[in-house]
Design a binder for this molecule. Structure first.
Ligand code: FES
Length: 152
């Protein structure tokens, strides 16, 4: 695929049209264990994510964004990856990169790559929140950077 092309794969379109694990209301995340909220410094778009943890695995994920189609598609795919096979181990989830998500999506236009890391960053922020609440200091995740949504 040419780097500058505005080409979206079938997987991107599918996840954009029917996003998986999209947040619907507060009730469904009431008993979740971690919450993260991050902004994209490039475009100013926001992403929120909630995670449910059991036995060190991600059992459920909900997310919400005011980001673009690529952010929606990549975070939807990320949420599927986190929940499949009984839930991803936290340690493994922390090693996921935007590239892993893009590989599963079959790529994104180069100009949209910054959108694919938004879900990934929200996930780290949610795991950090879980770390602080649960005292799991062994988890190797740093405090997410503060984001001023009005500065963009
Ligand atoms: Fe902002 Fe894609 S343009 S997340």
């Amino acid at each position: 695929m040419e780097g500058g092309d505005w080409f979206y794969t079938g997987a991107v379109k599918e996840h954009f049209m029917k996003p998986k694990n999209f947040y619907k209301n507060d009730k469904e995340v009431k008993n979740f264990d971690g919450y993260g909220r991050v902004g994209n410094v490039k475009c100013g778009d926001l992403m929120e994510m909630w995670i449910k943890i059991k036995d060190d695995k991600i059992k459920d994920v909900k997310w919400k964004t005011f980001g673009c189609a690529s952010a929606i598609a990549s975070t939807s795919m990320l949420s599927v990856m986190l929940k499949e096979k009984g839930g991803m181990r936290l340690e493994k989830a922390l090693k996921l990169t935007g590239k892993d998500i893009m590989d599963r999506l079959g790529g994104l236009p180069a100009i949209k790559i910054h959108c694919s890391v938004l879900g990934d960053q929200a996930l780290r922020a949610a795991i950090y929140d879980y770390k602080m609440k649960s005292g799991r200091t062994d988890l190797k995740v740093d405090k997410p950077a503060e984001f001023d949504e009005h500065a963009h």
